[in-house]
Design a protein around this ligand. Structure first.
Ligand code: AMP
Length: 282
């Protein structure tokens, strides 16, 4: 298994691959890998001749410095997990300096308003950080295809916009949300949940499923109110936002219309740990 830390070293390898016209599948992650990440890696392996997995906790996308400090880092285990999937996988695990150079800072992007909705509202600067790191990584890795989870559905839409803005040739592929049997969406942050939080957190997906079931018959206002009520007497989970939004532009709605696709989005705190999830409604 090849593990690169230096931009120049992986660039040399990538130049060789390009000479051989190999297709490159790229899976950017922040590590603390779980089966959701591995599902992305499997899909990349099935569609490309070479797969590069990036492991880098990107400082510019954290708006909360404690979250950055506490973000789980498990590089050795991550590398073992990946080598069990395939010893052919290439891992890139750079330092911030290798990615950004001396100035670790974000570019300011205009993602056509996508960046101002939901996560953008609650995590100022987050999507500038995501856009900037991916611009750098796509430049280094020159992937044919890059794989992103629908778990971060807003991020996926923003990355599609990023490659248009930056005129990059990479094809962005969305992958379904991978869940525990309990329904809880897998997340690296789940590692920070205590027993009580872990046993309560499946409520998030239960609520999303109920909203999906009721979406045809109940109004958006009724559903919004019902979701808030589910958290009112819960002393483990605190609702940050729940929104029903158009899939196309992620703008939240008050009333639904015919022939338009909608999704429900939710962010919840379990203590200090922030969990997000979403579901297609129609
Ligand atoms: P992260 O390491 O959290 O930045 O995630 C790296 C990639 O894995 C992103 O594209 C995420 O959307 C994706 N991902 C994380 N959790 C899941 C999941 N439960 N199911 C599918 N994709 C996921």
């Amino acid at each position: 298994m090849r593990v690169y830390e230096k931009r120049l070293d992986i660039s040399k390898h990538v130049a060789d691959l390009q000479k051989q016209n190999k297709t490159i599948g790229f899976v950017p992650t922040m590590g603390a890998l779980h089966r959701g990440h591995l599902a992305l890696v499997q899909k990349a392996l099935s569609e490309n001749q070479v797969v590069i997995v990036n492991i880098f906790v990107n400082p510019t996308q954290f708006n909360n410095s404690e979250d950055l400090v506490n973000y789980p880092r498990t590089l050795e285990t991550d590398i073992k997990l990946l080598s069990n999937v395939s010893s052919e996988i290439i891992v890139f695990t750079p330092s911030a300096k290798e990615v950004y150079g001396a100035q670790v800072e974000s570019i300011t992007y205009d993602f056509k308003g996508l960046e101002r909705e939901m996560e953008g509202k609650y995590r100022p600067g987050h999507f500038d950080g995501v856009g900037t790191v991916l611009k750098h990584l796509f430049t280094i890795v020159t992937p044919t295809r890059a794989y992103f989870g629908e778990k971060d559905f807003q991020q996926l839409q923003i990355v599609k916009q990023l490659v248009v803005i930056e005129k990059m040739a990479v094809k962005i592929i969305g992958c379904p949300i991978y869940r525990e049997e309990s329904g809880l969406a897998l997340s690296s942050r789940n590692k920070r949940l205590n027993q009580k939080q872990l046993s309560e957190s499946p409520l998030i997906y239960k609520i999303l499923k109920q909203v999906k079931e009721d979406f045809g018959t109940k109004s958006v206002t009724t559903l919004n109110k019902w979701v808030s009520e589910q958290f009112e007497n819960n002393d483990t989970l605190e609702l940050e936002y729940f929104e029903i939004a158009k899939t196309s532009n992620l703008k939240s709605i008050k009333r639904k219309q015919e022939n338009i696709k909608y999704r429900a989005f939710i962010a919840v705190f379990a203590g200090e740990v922030r969990l997000i999830d979403n579901i297609a409604l129609n």
